[in-house]
Design a protein around this ligand. Structure first.
Ligand code: UDP
Ligand code: MN
Length: 271
């Protein structure tokens, strides 16, 4: 059996890749002992790939439409589930015994290697419907058998929300009640939504956050940042948490942007 363990993220384009780069850097800065893997879509540019290679141990191109017979067949029946299939690909990383999948829109603010003590499928409650888990972070065990079963499940049942979260909650439906050890504390996937849905709890526990999830339409890279003043430009939405956004931008501008500028050979990323 494979001995290594890895954090895995995903980006299908150059924008989410900026998130993946910050995520990767934040994991390294907090001294993870695990491998870092990024799954990329075929449209990610060569320059972006070069920067990803500097941060991640493995950069793997996943092209759903060319990913083998079973996936292709399933895909043809359910073309709406495109991005979902890309996430499910993480089960094919069978050279790792255990992995933690993380969305690219996350910032790690503390070492989280202890997550590898958990079993498949461990995840945090979704802030919108806590009987479902949020698929932005989950512990899983790569396995071709599970991958086939997931594809089969997809083909037969689809996704109740049209995305990977619906498929995974359907497939791992006993998560809700079977084993409390598979319920990860919210601090491993703290979304800024909690700031306005339960402000007193955020004030009480927010400082314990280990992973911040920039869930929703506005991603950190959707804002512009004044590099010399170290400030976000324009209106920062009330729903976002400027403190964490600033942390994201500080890391991005110090450790990611220089590499992007070097690769692209111009200032197009300088906002
Ligand atoms: N993603 C991607 N390209 C896209 C949309 C999503 O690569 O065009 C990946 C990325 O890793 C992202 C994850 O899928 O973090 C889930 O999407 P998102 O974080 O936007 O959803 P939310 O957490 O806001 O519900
Ligand atoms: Mn997300």
């Amino acid at each position: 059996m494979a001995a290594e363990q890895a954090f895995v993220t995903l980006t299908t384009n150059d924008s989410y890749a900026r998130g993946a780069m910050v995520l990767g850097k934040s994991l390294r800065n907090h001294k993870t002992s695990k491998k870092l893997v990024v799954l990329i879509g075929p449209h990610v540019s060569n320059q972006t790939r070069a920067v990803l290679h500097k941060i991640f141990d493995e950069v793997r191109v996943v092209d759903v439409l060319n990913s083998g017979d079973t996936a292709t067949l399933t895909m043809m029946k359910r073309p709406d589930l495109g991005v979902t299939f890309t996430t499910l690909h993480c089960w094919t990383l069978t050279h790792y015994s255990k992995s933690v999948f993380m969305d690219a829109d996350k910032l790690v603010v503390s070492n989280i290697d202890e997550l590898f003590d958990r079993e498949e499928l461990s995840a945090t409650p979704d802030p919108g419907w806590p009987d479902c888990f949020n698929s932005g972070l989950f512990v899983f065990c790569p396995s071709n058998e599970t991958y086939s079963k997931l594809l089969k499940y997809c083909k037969e049942h689809g996704s109740f929300d049209g995305g990977d979260q619906g498929v995974l909650n359907g497939f791992f439906s006993d998560w809700t009640t079977a084993d409390i050890n598979k319920h990860l504390p919210f601090i491993y996937n703290m979304s800024s939504i909690a700031i306005y849905t339960y402000l007193p709890a955020f004030k009480q526990f927010g400082a314990n956050a280990k992973v911040v999830h920039f869930l929703g339409e506005m991603k950190p890279w959707s804002y512009t940042y004044n590099l010399t003043q170290g400030r976000l430009r324009g209106d920062v939405q009330a729903s976002s948490q400027p403190g964490f956004l600033l942390q994201w931008w500080a890391l991005y501008s110090a450790e990611v942007l220089p590499a992007l500028i070097r690769e692209y050979g111009d200032q197009r990323f300088d906002s």
